[in-house]
Design a protein around this ligand. Structure first.
Ligand SMILES: NC(=O)c1ccc[n+]([C@@H]2O[C@H](COP(=O)([O-])OP(=O)(O)OC[C@H]3O[C@@H](n4cnc5c(N)ncnc54)[C@H](OP(=O)(O)O)[C@@H]3O)[C@@H](O)[C@H]2O)c1
Length: 171
């Protein structure tokens, strides 16, 4: 199983402003989320990301199993393409493997990214670095005790101002 994290980030590593707004990422970044979720057949997110995606009209993402991590009892009004779970990242990865998926597409946010990182569950990272810098907000990895090294696979210019960094986690 390959676990791929994808995020649109400010140049200083934020994925959302203080109020949760991440509508400042480029259309190329948003397209990346759709393409990767379609390719993997799944998209995995934390409760706060689910709420933001719902608010902005992106949820559920089409052509993918939408997996939402939450310890809250959220009613599933969408059907079989949505799975709301209170399991651990490791258990969910195993479950997706049993369902026949070979890639897990981790869409964030910062808290869930750190939970995956802490369990050594991230294999590849795509950061779409957007031309913006702000001093307070939600970090791509919430503060947590982990460390890993990366090797650069590719650098791609997505538009005049946005660069995509693609890394592999060294294990
Ligand atoms: N720019 C981008 O690419 C991008 C991508 C994704 C998200 N975002 C933004 O990021 C923000 C959300 O990020 P966030 O860090 O606040 O929250 P998050 O990671 O999306 O969600 C965290 C919540 O998920 C639930 N959860 C259940 N199991 C968990 C586990 N094992 N580890 C972590 N969380 C678990 C917890 O709620 P319970 O305790 O209630 O279960 C937790 O409070 C939103 O504003 C969104 O728009 C931006």
């Amino acid at each position: 199983m390959i676990i791929v994290l994808y995020a649109g980030v400010s140049i200083n590593g934020y994925i959302a402003k203080k109020d949760g707004n991440s509508e400042w990422t480029s259309e190329e970044d948003l397209r990346g989320f759709y393409e990767h979720s379609k390719k993997a057949g799944n998209i995995v997110m934390g409760k706060n990301t689910y709420r933001a995606a719902l608010q902005y009209g992106y949820f559920p993402f089409p052509s993918a199993l939408n997996v939402v991590f939450s310890n809250e009892a959220i009613e599933n009004k969408w059907g079989d393409n949505v799975l709301i779970t209170n399991k651990s990242p490791k258990e969910v990865v195993a479950l997706l493997g049993q369902k026949g998926f070979t890639t897990v597409f981790l869409a964030g946010g910062g808290q869930l990214n750190s939970s995956f990182a802490k369990e050594g569950l991230i294999d590849e990272i795509y950061f779409d670095v957007e031309p913006l810098c702000f001093g307070e907000g939600i970090k791509v990895f919430a503060d947590s005790d982990f460390e890993f090294e990366l090797e650069l696979i590719n650098v791609k210019k997505l538009n005049g101002n946005t660069v995509q960094l693609h890394y592999r986690v060294i294990k």
